[in-house]
Ligand binder design. Sequence first.
Ligand code: PMP
Length: 332
Amino acid sequence: MTIHTRITDLIGNTPLIRLNSVTAGVRATIAVKVEYLNPGGSSKDRIAERIIDAAERSGELKPGGVIVEPTSGNTGVGLALIAQQRGYRMIAVMQDKISQDKRDVLSAYGAEVVVTPSGLDPEDPESYYSVARRLADAIPGGYMPNQYANPNGPESHYRTTGPEIWRDAEGRVTHFVAGIGTGGTITGTGRYLKEVSGGAVTVIGADPEGSVFSSGQGHIHPFLVEGAGKEEVPEVYDPSVVDRIVAVPDDASFEMTRRLAREEGLLVGGSSGMAVAAAIRYARERDLDEDQLMVVLLPDSGRGYMSKIFNDDWMRAHGFGDVVERTSAPAL
Ligand code: PMP
């Protein structure tokens, strides 16, 4: 019998799957690491588990404590899952621009949701960051993980994501591609793969056009990909691990996201389409051959984006292409 003790035992060990259709004309093998197969539906389950483990060990989080995090989704779900399993109260502080669906997911897992106004400077006392900080300080037993500055985020990827890729690819991986949000994924996974390969793995960051990692301060403009891309460089991001940044415009990211669902059976989020688009562009530019194996990390599922990327009206309203007209069933 194989009966797992609890759902959180299934965090990690996500599979590598080869892309077969969207990569037409590319000679290198491109394999994706499908993180929506984590129990909470994203790569953030990994960081939630390690951050809470570390906070318990250090005494920052005590039995019966309260986890408070400013989050828009995936990290909140990961933390809510761990909180529920271990008997902590969890409060997610979210901006009012976040969809009702995302708030409902967190409530469904038992988290409490506090909503704050969107678009405020982080230093503003009413910003979601300030409100979370204040709640964590004011509530007895309060603890704020702060994923943007917590070294256990990248550490979780150094200890799990990197070794899994190396093991499953039997040491043949030559390139690793990931989007950058907090920078935890690329910093931890990239560092591990560089160390274990003696520097042979090239690490490529995918960034929405307009974000700070590819544009630099002064050339920042808004973008619609969620999760990846920032206006300021977060503390946990280590640029020395990254060899090259590829900027991807929103239309290319969303077009690829839709193709991944339709052609590869992978219903993933917009930052996943962005990472795959970056990998393909890099492989074409460098004319990578059959001996090269690129691994691209896909952070989350497309289920959270049904009213955006997978909604034809939303795509049209934002001027994005690749909207396939729905064919109605023939009248009999
Ligand atoms: N894509 C999505 C959908 C995410 O939620 C995140 C994490 N915020 C990322 C990409 C980027 O991962 P990281 O924070 O590890 O850089």
